[in-house]
Ligand binder design. Structure first.
Ligand SMILES: [Zn+2]
Length: 341
């Protein structure tokens, strides 16, 4: 079993089993010398988009790729790539996880994209997550998209493409990674994880995103979510007061708690519309039923909306404001129940 805490080791496993059709399409277009100048890889977190982008770059820069299009790992280019030292691949990410991508970073990139490749091949830039481009950086980037060079390729990676300017979105060819079936996730996970007892919970929380499921095989992560589910249930059953819940949630990870709440609300909405909703884990199933029974459908939608706004608020807030935003969210959650009427 590999060390599951180090997901970055998985990068060289891309393209993953659920990425085969996207991979084949792009390799085919490369072989026909018909690759677009800009790709936008989209799909939710946990689909392996960034790993895919890197493997694609490797495959395009390698001089003797394998039959399936993947990089050989042995040529001069592959050696440079493995040493993270290839002059024709640039990866641009925010300097801190919460920060934006700065205009200076994009200016360097533009100079580079205007040059021909140093090693006589593709000149590739990966930007991840692309929605972290600030407006000035996005505008500067647009210029390179308007005047593409023959062998330049820009790969934007984003789980939130709606946050990108429309002018950028429309200039890229979209490559979308959608929901992966529980069966496929299970058969893939079996290589890394052998604790069948927790599989149902992983699948319900991962919601079709295999790398999320893999991250949840970490016992610490799993315990966190199990505790969190218990607290949400206590909150809804009035065994825990909202302010203590918010305080505790902000102490641990408000982002993850809100994400879990969002998953539950989404399930409750689906359950209200469809009698055949498949939930694997009994604790989650009970919680979703509790939500579906306690709320009118319109209120579930309103809460979901409020939850999304709260997520945006806390993305850039300090700890005190995070706690206030979460408190306000939890108070709305409790105020909208049917039995309050
Ligand atoms: Zn190679």
């Amino acid at each position: 079993m590999m060390n599951l805490l180090n997901l970055s080791q998985l990068n060289d496993k891309a393209p993953f089993p659920w990425q085969q059709s996207q991979w084949q399409l792009l390799i085919q277009r490369k072989q026909q010398a018909n690759l677009p100048h800009a790709l936008l890889l989209t799909g939710k977190q946990g689909m392996g988009k960034f790993a895919f982008a890197q493997q694609l770059a490797y495959a395009l820069l390698c001089t003797s790729p394998q039959a399936d299009g993947q990089a050989c790992g042995n040529c001069r280019h592959c050696h440079l790539l493995n040493a993270h030292n290839h002059p024709d691949l640039t990866i641009i990410q925010p300097e801190k996880a919460t920060a934006m991508i700065k205009i200076e970073q994009i200016r360097t990139l533009i100079t580079k994209m205007q040059q021909t490749s140093q090693l006589d091949g593709y000149n590739i830039v990966i930007i991840e997550p692309a929605e972290k481009l600030n407006i000035a950086a996005a505008n500067a980037l647009l210029k390179t998209l308007e005047e593409p060079r023959a062998k330049a390729l820009l790969i934007l990676v984003s789980a939130a493409p709606h946050l990108l300017p429309a002018t950028i979105r429309s200039r890229c060819q979209w490559i979308t990674f959608t929901h992966v079936s529980d069966d496929l996730i299970n058969s893939w996970l079996a290589k890394y994880h052998d604790n069948k007892a927790t599989d149902n919970l992983l699948l319900d929380i991962a919601q079709g995103a295999p790398l999320q499921a893999l991250a949840l095989t970490d016992p610490e992560q799993l315990k966190f979510y199990q505790n969190c589910l218990q607290q949400i249930a206590m909150l809804l059953q009035k065994q825990l007061d909202p302010l203590s819940f918010a305080a505790k949630c902000c102490e641990e990870s408000p982002e993850k708690v809100l994400r879990l709440l969002m998953i539950m609300l989404n399930y409750a909405i689906k359950q209200a519309f469809s009698a055949t909703l498949k939930i694997n884990d009994p604790v989650i199933a009970d919680l979703v039923t509790l939500l579906a029974n306690q709320y009118q459908i319109m209120d579930l939608f309103r809460l979901l909306d409020k939850l999304m706004r709260t997520q945006m608020q806390i993305a850039s807030a300090n700890n005190i404001n995070k706690q206030l935003a979460v408190e306000s969210m939890v108070l709305s959650l409790l105020a909208n129940r049917k039995d309050n009427e």
